[in-house]
Ligand binder design. Structure first.
Ligand SMILES: [Zn+2]
Length: 144
């Protein structure tokens, strides 16, 4: 994401904090904050530790308190996103379980064998999603 300088019409990364051409224009605080937040979330999603993310911010010239605040907000947001995807995993798990239940009932009507095999497959997928979803929802951690 780039910010345009109104003085010189060049675009630059908000991590520079001032326009590299005129050195006068500073992007709005919200733009800089969003930029850093996005980077933090990407780093956390990629598995970077809090200390590592903090280190990156301080190297970019943020004050200690500012760096802490960014890490806290980014963690909260990424936890929220993981919880939401946990809920969708729970929903997928329930769907697969319902489907496997339906096949299970069907297997009484029709011959066993192929349908039963399918049932075990769907049941396993359903349980997998459900367990991953509940874990994600409870912990806010990411599950691949
Ligand atoms: Zn400029």
């Amino acid at each position: 994401m780039l910010v345009p300088c109104p003085n010189c019409r060049v675009e630059f990364s908000p991590s520079l904090r001032t326009c590299p051409t005129c050195g006068k224009y500073e992007p709005p605080f919200e733009v800089v904050r969003d930029h850093f937040l996005r980077q933090t979330m990407e780093a956390i999603a990629a598995g970077a530790s809090d200390a590592k993310v903090r280190e990156i911010f301080i190297a970019r010239g943020l004050a200690d308190a500012e760096a802490d605040e960014h890490v806290t907000i980014a963690k909260r947001q990424s936890r929220g996103a993981n919880r939401r995807s946990g809920i969708s995993h729970i929903a997928q798990g329930i769907l697969f379980l319902l489907l496997s239940g339906f096949l299970w009932l069907l297997s009484y009507a029709v011959t066993r064998g192929f349908v039963t095999l399918f049932f075990y497959g769907l049941f396993a997928i359903g349980v997998g999603f459900l367990v991953a979803g509940i874990y994600q929802w409870l912990t806010g951690r990411r599950v691949e």
